[in-house]
Design a protein around this ligand. Structure first.
Ligand code: SDX
Length: 425
């Protein structure tokens, strides 16, 4: 006998089924609520509302668990590479060696971006924020790949997946090259995906360039750690836009815009700017803790807190360990890392943060590694987007394969009642 929830309204009782997920999460299925009662629910920020069922990623915020298709993030970060994890998220299983090789071959078919896209990027000022340029270029990919708009079969879906994986990486690095006034590089199909990222970003025509393997490994791990995170703000945006049957590029472009916000993916840039400001002001972390706790002050401790994780963000723990290793291996002595650790230690002892379950999230330490790897601060959120791309694709694909209805939430109207039209004096 499955569990039910009873709601009593005006003396009348209504029963709704309680569904249980594969990790024993439970939800009241209210699909029939308005039909039966004429009443809707209200949940700003969807803190208590599930938008879908999904087989892709499982989070347990109390236990600090993150799994992609059942594999722990700790195992994947340690034992897999980014393209393997991308295949796992998108197609549901870890690839065999042959499948992984074929996936990379198929991605390489689409790594050449239409030359006319360069005239679009030329229209931006060099000072444009890379996330705004990336959102525009991603949407523009639709114009040059119209067949990737309506994917109605597995073959078209697979082609759209490979095109997105191939072209997004290239245009993401073009945002940096544009800001530096450098020529735009091309993907080299004889090299790996993450090694190509480094070449696309930093290779100049005037001198030889070979990316440091330590940097490539660190980036590969960082991309894995950012690859998916169930129904976060940007992923929900990708699913919402895709639910109208807008194409994959247009949906990903919307996800890039949502990720840009400083409360979401933009936090990794905001964390570094905050830590640099603390460093510039003499490292007085207490003053910034006080600002973060002051309700009159809009300042928040960037990189702290999370909608779901109320114990710790497992990604932050892995990244913090990697930050120590990468900086030590590269011989980088960055005072910002010491400030970050001092801030974390203070916050973990502070009643305000403890009582609100505020811990470092994925964005708190990632920027310190990016900086040590030579990535400029305003490219940090682009790094997040490159990592999150397979997750966005996987979630969009699942939404379309499940034939989910167009997303269209209700509201509670609190505005003016009917009034006669009378022009103000
Ligand atoms: C990401 O959802 C995901 O999965 C996202 C992500 C992913 O992988 O996709 O994990 C990536 O976006 C991580 C989060 C990056 N953002 C930041 O680091 C920005 C700083 N953090 C916050 O703004 C905040 O913690 C959020 C946005 C992350 C979560 O906000 P919630 O869940 O809406 O919580 P809330 O705003 O209701 O805060 C609860 C309380 C409030 O105080 P009270 O009203 O109870 O007194 O905690 C306070 C908040 O003021 N609070 C903070 C704080 N975060 C929450 N106070 C100071 N500093 C902070 N960082």
């Amino acid at each position: 006998m499955s569990k039910t929830a009873t709601i009593e309204i005006d003396g009348k009782r209504y029963e709704f089924p309680i569904i249980k997920g594969s990790e024993n999460e439970e939800a009241i299925d209210i699909k029939k609520l308005r039909d039966l009662t004429g009443i809707i629910t209200l949940d700003p920020g969807y803190k208590n509302s599930g938008s879908c069922t999904s087989k892709i990623t499982f989070l347990d915020g109390e236990l600090g668990i993150l799994r992609y298709r059942g594999y722990s993030i700790e195992d994947l970060a340690e034992k897999a590479d980014f393209l393997e994890v991308s295949f796992l998220l998108i197609f549901g299983e870890l690839p065999t060696a042959a499948q992984l090789e074929q996936f990379e071959v198929d991605i390489r078919k689409y790594t050449l971006v239409n030359e006319e896209m360069k005239s679009i990027i030329d229209g931006f000022p060099r000072t444009a924020h890379p996330m705004g340029v990336l959102a525009a270029l991603t949407s523009a990919l639709t114009a040059f790949n119209p067949k990737s708009v309506n994917v109605d079969n597995d073959k078209e879906m697979y082609q759209a997946v490979c095109k997105t994986m191939g072209k997004f990486l290239v245009i993401a690095t073009w945002t940096y090259r544009k800001s530096m006034g450098y020529p735009l590089n091309y993907y080299d199909n004889t090299k790996g995906y993450v090694e190509n990222f480094m070449d696309l970003m930093f290779k100049l025509p005037t001198e030889p360039y070979k990316a440091n393997p330590i940097v490539i490994d660190a980036l590969d791990k960082l991309f894995i750690l950012h690859a998916d995170h169930e129904q976060n703000c940007s992923t929900s945006t990708v699913r919402m836009v895709g639910s109208s049957h807008a194409g994959l590029f247009a949906s990903i472009s919307a996800g890039v815009s949502a990720l840009w916000g400083p409360l979401h993916g933009g936090a990794n840039q905001a964390v570094l700017e905050m830590l640099e400001e603390i460093h510039k002001n003499g490292g007085d972390t207490d003053a910034y803790m006080a600002k973060a706790k002051d309700k009159e002050d809009p300042f928040r401790l960037m990189g702290f807190g999370h909608r779901v994780y109320k114990s710790f963000d497992p990604r932050a723990q892995i990244i913090k360990k990697a930050a120590n290793e990468v900086l030590e291996t590269l011989g980088v002595d960055d005072p910002i890392l010491a400030i970050a650790k001092k801030l974390e230690a203070a916050a973990l002892e502070d009643e305000y943060f403890k009582s609100r379950n505020l811990y470092p999230n994925v964005d708190f330490y990632s920027g310190i590694i990016y900086r040590a790897l030579g990535i400029p601060t305003d490219m940090f959120t682009v790094m997040f987007a490159i990592g999150r791309l397979p997750g966005w694709i996987a979630q969009w694909k699942e939404m379309r394969e499940n034939k989910e209805p167009i997303g269209r939430p209700r509201q509670v109207y609190t505005g003016a009642n009917l009034r006669d039209f009378k022009k103000p004096e």
